[in-house]
Design a protein around this ligand. Structure first.
Ligand code: NAD
Length: 311
């Protein structure tokens, strides 16, 4: 059966995710892409020039995606953006079902509200499918998807196709919004290991250690984490990571702060204490007062906290 897929949100993640989806489409399928930022659409179309088949089309609006597509993937900054997009499509297509796959990291109450609006309008299906693996995972199609979905695992081949095309692993977390619950718990840990890595690496540097050797040691030792090894924050140590390119691209500090806030809020709503939540949030709040830090990869905390140390 012919399927038209839609992809909305062509930022750090969406550019590469849509490229992989396009490269694996069946000959009869199409992909419509949209972003409020027009140059992002041009860039996404440019990404596909190496593939023999066309099949990727620039949509002119969210409504255009909705009118053309049966399956719509969103990769947007926050819940309010996802809800507005889903609402527009649901209003347009009252009785024809759409499958909405949201891979953004958003708050749980908004995700539940989106699920409810799709259900009440009898407009198809919504599932939360946030991802882990960062911009490098998107680039290499090695993302982990965390799925929140009622009912049996994946009975729809189109969903299996999407996750296989853009990722390497699928974790079924349970009912709607549980993919997001897993994502927020994970990103709380990431936000904190990123601060701890910055501190540890600044300590090592002030001790006068060779930072390339120290980074290699940590990656093979008990201090190892994604923040220290995969996303090594020290410039000049690892190829292909944001720290090697002025901390450009990657996972923005502003989005790390957003996830920290979401994790703290959701923990509070269920009465679960997060003992490092307040201090972690304060550090990201302070970093995000500076736009250059807010928009660069979270590994920039190594440089920023190092400067605050006065050396
Ligand atoms: P980004 O800011 O780079 O990209 C978001 C894109 O959405 C931008 O191109 C923006 O123009 C577009 N956009 C905003 N509002 C829109 C609207 N109403 N309609 C259409 N397009 C709109 O963000 P990103 O880093 O790609 O992250 C996207 C989501 O994925 C966030 O929720 C983030 O927390 C999550 N995430 C990011 C990473 C990462 O490493 N960057 C990893 C996992 C999850």
């Amino acid at each position: 059966v012919l399927t038209n897929y839609g992809f909305i949100g062509l930022g750090q993640m969406g550019q590469n995710m849509s490229r992989h989806l396009h490269s694996k489409l069946k000959p009869e399928d199409k992909l419509f892409v949209y972003d409020v930022n027009a140059p992002a659409i041009t860039a996404a179309l440019g990404n596909t020039k190496d593939h023999g088949h066309q099949q990727m089309y620039a949509a002119s609006s969210v409504v255009d995606v909705g009118a053309n597509c049966e399956v719509v993937i969103t990769m947007l900054p926050e819940g309010k953006h996802v809800k507005a997009v889903v609402q527009e499509i649901v209003d347009l297509k009252k009785d024809s079902p759409t499958v909405f796959v949201d891979s953004s990291t958003i708050d749980i109450p908004t995700s539940q509200a989106i699920s409810q609006l799709v259900r009440e309008a009898n407009a198809g299906e919504y599932l939360d499918a946030p991802v882990s693996g960062g911009a490098m995972g998107a680039r290499d199609a090695t993302l982990s998807f965390m799925i929140g979905r009622e009912g049996p695992k994946l009975t729809d081949d189109r969903l299996q196709f999407i996750f296989d095309a853009m990722g390497a692993r699928i974790f079924f977390m349970g009912k709607i919004s549980s993919g997001l619950a897993a994502k927020l718990a994970n990103n709380y840990l990431l936000a904190l290991t990123n601060i701890a890595t910055a501190d540890s690496f600044n300590l090592a540097r002030t001790f006068g250690l060779d930072m390339a050797v120290y980074a290699e040691l940590v990656s093979k030792s008990t201090g190892n984490s994604w923040a220290s090894a995969t996303n090594c924050p020290v410039p000049g140590v690892k190829a292909g990571v944001p720290s090697n390119d002025g901390y450009k691209g990657g996972f923005a500090t502003r989005l790390t702060r957003k996830d920290m806030v979401l994790a703290c809020q959701s923990a509070e709503s269920i009465g679960q204490p997060l003992f490092l939540g307040a201090i972690g949030k304060e550090i990201y709040d302070k970093a995000c007062e500076r736009e250059d830090l807010a928009n660069r990869d979270l590994a920039v905390l190594y440089e920023w906290l190092g400067e605050m140390g006065g050396d």
